[in-house]
Design a protein around this ligand. Structure first.
Ligand code: MN
Length: 356
C-alpha cells in the first residue's frame, strides 16, 4: 500500500507538502471545495468541518479551481516535494446541486462534471472521489470523545431538521431560494438519480482514465435530515457497483464510516470490495460505537483492529493509497498537524511491521 495525506484546499501549499513528505507520505488527496467558507466549526483552523443545521456555508467559492490548469499546477507543485497527486476528493455542490436534486440545471451540470473528469484525466489525475448525498455530512457533532479528552467528531443522534431550499450536501448553493424545505423523496428515487449520474459519467471517466470513487454515507443512517441515504450498510456498496460494470465505477473506501454502520461486518466488507479491486483509495480511521451514537477516536483506540486491517489489505494485494481520514485534535499549537502525524506514524509502522 501507498501512504497519502488528504489536504483541505487551504492546505495546498509548500509548507503542508513538506509536512506530508516529512511524515512519510508519497501521495496527496486534494480537497478543492471550500468547506470552511462560512459557518463550519474549525478550531485550530484545520480540523474537519463540523457545522450545525446551517451546514458549512456557501458553496461555489472555489469552483474556479476545477480546471485543467489548476490540476496541472497542483501536480507540479506537489512533484517538487516528491509527492504525487492521487485524487481530487468531492465535487463542489455549486457544480452539481441539480444532479443531486434532479433540478432544471441537471443536464448543464452533468456536462460540467464530465469536463472536470476529462480535465483531471488529461492532467494525469486518476481518481475523483464523490459523495452522492442530499444531506451530506450532517448530524456530526464534536466533543471530548477521544483519549485524554481530545476533541473529536461523533454522532449523538440523527439530525431530523428538514433541509431548507437552496441547500444541498450541507452547503448553501442558492441564498435567494424561495422559503420552504426540500421535498422528502424515496430511497428508490435517490438510487435512480445515482444510476443516471453513473451511467452518464462513467463512459467519459473510462475514456479519460479516471476512476470515480464513491464515499459511503457519513454518518451512515437510513435517513438524515429527512432525506434518504444510499450506502448506510456495507452490502449497499455492492448495489452501487452493480449499477454499472465499468472499471471506473469505484469506491472511496472509508473504514471509519463502514465501522459506524449498525449492520454488517467491516472485515467482510474489506474482503469483498478490496477483493473485487473496487477500492480506489482508503480512508483509514477508527471509531467507537455505531450510528446513531458513535465517537471518532485516535487511530489505535477504537473498535476497529487496525493491524488486522493492514494484514488483510496486504493479503488481498491492495496497492492503492491509504490516507488518515480525520483525527482527534491534539492539545498543542498545531492540533491538526499533531493528530495527523500521530496517525501517519502509526500507519507507517503497521506497514513496516506487517509482512504480506
Ligand atoms: Mn471518510
Amino acid at each position: 500500500m501507498k501512504l497519502g495525506f488528504g489536504l483541505y484546499h487551504h492546505m495546498l501549499d509548500d509548507e503542508h507538502y513538506r509536512f506530508a513528505r516529512q511524515c512519510g507520505a508519497t501521495h496527496i488527496v486534494a480537497h478543492l471545495v471550500d468547506y470552511f467558507h462560512q459557518g463550519a466549526d474549525h478550531p485550530g483552523g484545520d480540523s474537519q468541518p463540523i457545522g450545525g443545521s446551517g451546514g458549512w456555508g456557501m458553496a461555489g467559492a472555489n469552483r474556479n479551481l476545477f480546471t485543467y490548469e489548476t490540476f496541472v499546477r497542483l501536480k507540479e507543485d506537489m512533484a517538487r516535494h516528491g509527492l504525487e497527486l492521487e485524487a481530487i476528493e468531492n465535487f463542489d455542490p455549486a457544480d452539481w446541486h441539480d444532479v443531486l436534486l434532479d433540478g432544471p440545471k441537471r443536464a448543464e451540470q452533468m456536462e460540467r462534471l464530465k469536463q472536470i473528469v476529462r480535465d483531471a484525466g488529461r492532467a494525469g489525475i486518476g481518481v475523483i472521489g464523490y459523495n452522492f448525498s442530499i444531506a451530506g455530512v450532517a448530524s456530526r457533532v464534536k466533543g471530548p470523545y477521544a483519549r485524554g479528552d481530545a476533541p473529536a467528531a461523533g454522532m449523538e443522534g440523527v439530525d431530523d431538521t428538514p433541509i431548507p431550499n437552496g441547500m444541498v450536501w450541507n452547503m448553501v448553493y442558492d441564498p435567494h431560494a424561495p422559503p420552504g424545505v426540500l421535498p422528502e423523496i424515496s430511497h428508490d428515487e435517490l438510487w435512480r438519480r445515482l444510476a443516471g449520474f453513473l451511467n452518464e459519467i462513467l463512459p467519459v471517466a473510462e475514456e479519460a482514465g479516471v476512476r470515480i470513487a464513491a464515499h459511503p454515507d457519513d454518518p451512515p443512517a437510513e435517513r438524515v435530515r429527512r432525506q434518504p441515504r444510499l450506502v448506510y450498510r456495507p452490502d449497499l456498496y455492492q448495489k452501487l457497483i452493480d449499477i454499472n460494470p465499468s472499471p471506473s465505477n469505484c469506491l472511496e473506501f472509508c473504514l471509519g464510516t463502514l465501522m459506524e454502520m449498525p449492520e454488517g461486518d467491516v472485515y467482510e466488507a474489506i474482503e469483498r470490495y478490496v477483493g473485487q479491486g473496487r477500492a480506489a483509495y482508503i480512508h483509514f480511521r477508527n471509531v467507537r460505537g455505531k450510528a446513531p451514537v458513535y465517537h471518532e477516536t485516535f487511530i489505535d483506540e477504537g473498535a476497529l483492529d487496525m493491524p488486522r486491517v493492514v494484514a488483510m489489505l496486504k493479503r488481498l494485494g491492495y496497492e492503492g493509497v491509504v490516507i488518515p481520514d480525520h483525527t482527534p485534535q491534539m492539545a498543542c499549537a498545531a492540533p491538526w498537524h499533531a493528530g495527523m502525524a500521530y496517525a501517519m506514524g502509526y500507519i507507517k509502522a503497521l506497514d513496516q511491521a506487517i509482512v504480506a
